[in-house]
Design a protein around this ligand. Structure first.
Ligand SMILES: Cc1cc2nc3c(=O)[nH]c(=O)nc-3n(C[C@H](O)[C@H](O)[C@H](O)COP(=O)(O)OP(=O)(O)OC[C@H]3O[C@@H](n4cnc5c(N)ncnc54)[C@H](O)[C@@H]3O)c2cc1C
Length: 387
């Protein structure tokens, strides 16, 4: 952290983690050059080759146990990857989705056989992952998904449409939420793995144009009678999809919260740099009391957010982070991120509105964090249940 001078939490005080961070930063500086990133933004997606390079550099599957071909680390290693990716401006590279959201489903809920089958590829970059829950007619209300996966011979036939799926164009390993028993509502939802190379009837739709996250591909997916073998059902029992989704939510939401804090820090950093150098009425913009007071308030709130996220990480590492606390972290940090980037853009004046200015992109990129991973209204619902 540069602007937020919060002491490093005790759980990060480990020389191996420092070496790991240096390795990640070195790889990104070398492989994710400014020119390459610009190309990804223009193309609306990261090059497939970069995933393989990232796998070879050991930054995929960092918290996957070594016996399954992973890095053998834990959530601290994941955090380092997320932070370094953000600091290098490689926001479109969905390492946080892959390492922090999809791969943990296999680690936590896969059978031994599934872990051996998939985790090595997910760690090497041979498999790029996505998770497909949202549909054209439902996002927040996942119990109402319409996609079905009905028993057929020695497997399932998947039918339905998904939308807004991150890495939808690149992914060749997709965890699909579908109803194996539509009569049971939420209790009939299961998670099934579609290996796209083997899936006849699977089709990728449009790469959707969107407000921000230019290099991240977000797509429609279609499943027309796609057959998957029975052993692609994640875990051993049908109908456990919702329980599996719920059990992973604290980590997913904490990941979004941690990314929000990094984004806040970066926004404050570029803004301080700007207001110290830009002059108006014979003074640096920072010398106006309004600038100082507003930035002081934001820095204080950001410091509080960082301390809370550090606490949540410690709770997660201890196996205690609950759904409500994670929802609070996601809601507070992403709401704050929205206010910070808006105010920081204001301090840039007209330059803040220009694409070439980093704060402009940070402003656009930030908007999604209040919507995905469970919208902030849904976070409020979850917290309200504990009142
Ligand atoms: C860039 C991007 C990437 C995404 N990546 C993925 C992905 O990889 N995989 C995936 O499955 N999905 C993904 N999504 C989808 C995302 O998770 C959903 O957009 C999100 O969950 C909200 O669902 P929705 O869009 O259907 O909104 P809706 O559920 O239709 O909600 C619309 C509005 O109503 C509010 N609302 C809904 N229910 C309530 C309630 N009970 N009380 C109060 N307010 C409520 C919501 O908060 C929201 O403001 C992505 C979306 C985007 C934009």
């Amino acid at each position: 952290m540069t602007v937020l001078n919060v002491a490093e939490p005790a759980y990060m005080d480990d020389p191996d983690l420092r070496i790991f961070r240096e390795g990640v930063a070195k790889f990104l500086s070398k492989a994710a050059t400014e020119k390459r990133i610009e190309g990804w933004r223009e193309a609306g997606m990261v090059e497939r080759a970069f995933w393989t390079e990232a796998g070879q550099a050991g930054i995929l599957g960092v918290s996957v146990p070594a016996e399954f071909g992973g890095g053998g680390g834990d959530y601290r290693h994941d955090l380092i990857v997320f932070e370094e990716v953000a600091r290098h401006g490689v926001a479109g590279f969905a390492a946080s989705l892959h390492n922090g959201i999809v791969v943990p489903y296999v680690v936590s809920h896969g059978t031994e056989e599934q872990k051996h089958r998939w985790l090595p590829g997910l760690s090497s970059g041979e498999l790029v992952s996505a998770i497909a829950m949202s549909e054209p007619d439902t996002g927040s209300d996942l119990q109402n998904i319409r996609t079905t996966a009905l028993k057929s011979g020695n497997g399932y036939r998947i039918n339905g449409a998904k939308t807004f799926i991150s890495s939808g164009q690149l992914a060749n390993f997709i965890i699909v939420a579908a109803k194996t028993d539509p009569s049971l509502g939420g209790k009939g939802v299961s998670l099934l793995v579609v290996e796209t190379d083997k899936a006849e009837g699977f089709r990728r739709g449009r790469k959707l144009k969107k407000l921000g996250q230019d290099a991240a591909d977000t797509s429609e997916l279609f499943f027309d009678d796609v057959f998957v073998p029975a052993d692609n059902l994640l875990g051993e029992t049908e109908g456990r999809g919702f329980i599996q989704l719920m059990s992973e939510l604290p980590r997913e939401r904490l990941t979004i919260a941690a990314q929000a804090v990094t984004a806040i820090d970066l926004a404050l950093e570029v803004t301080l740099d700007y207001v110290k150098n830009r002059k108006a009425f014979g003074k640096a913009i920072l010398e106006f009391q309004n600038t100082q007071f507003v930035l002081a308030g934001l820095k204080a709130e950001a410091t509080m957010a960082k301390v809370f996220v550090d606490y949540c990480v410690a709770e997660l590492l201890a196996g205690r982070l609950d759904v409500t606390t994670a929802a609070m972290a996601k809601m507070l940090t992403t709401d704050l991120q929205g206010r910070v980037v808006d105010q920081c853009l204001q301090f840039h004046g007209g330059m803040g509105y220009m694409d070439e200015t980093p704060i402009s992109r940070m402003y656009r990129d930030a908007r999604i964090s209040r919507i995905y991973g469970g919208s902030n209204e849904i976070m409020r619902l979850l917290i309200a249940r504990t009142l």
